[in-house]
Design a protein around this ligand. Sequence first.
Ligand code: UTP
Length: 214
Amino acid sequence: MRVTKAIIPAAGLGTRVLPATKAMPKEMLPIVDKPAIQYIVEEAVAAGIQDILIITGRNKDIIEDHFDRAPELETALGRPGKEKALEECLGIAGMANIFFVRQKQTLGLGHAVLMAKPFTGDEPFVVMYGDDVIMGEDPVAGQLIRAYEAYGRAAVGIKEVPKADLQKYCSMKAEPIQGNHYFIDDMIEKPAPGQEFSNFSILGRCLLTPEIYT
Ligand code: UTP
């Protein structure tokens, strides 16, 4: 089945980046000249995805505003010399079909994904953490879709991290298949020294199949 949907959980409280995130969603913090979540939507679009569900919560309305039309701004940018800025603003609003749902309580990432069930139905979908911007020539969302097409299974982006850092993240049990593909059938969250499976930890990208909900 072709992968046409992505979800972006963006309802977290961002407690690790306070006070920047007291009133500003972490996903809207700028990187150079764009909010983080715009890079993520662009990555999804570059992977051929047109339907994107952003999972938000209280105090996250500006995420919706960012991907909406802005008539007053557009009128102001209608003046000569502002063509590029106008084009950019219109481009953001027309980039993809973006849907929103609220996670009413921040009960964790798994709970946020559950909010997407009516949107994803019985289709596979990409999960892209709203605060994890990953730049690269071959965007991770596209790599995951190709892995799903090749193996017909759920897939997750992994990265090698120094052993000492694994305790902050997780460790994947990863057996090489070919190239940069590995078979993973176990993982450990925040392993104590000696409990690690490998130096591979997880990225904020995975491709899930509908079985995740069962
Ligand atoms: P994180 O654990 O990195 O985000 O979740 P957080 O909860 O904001 O982190 P702290 O408070 O700094 O520790 C990864 C992604 O999942 C979303 C977050 O918005 C982030 O984009 N998330 C997390 C939800 O949508 N809902 C949740 O209940 C938790």
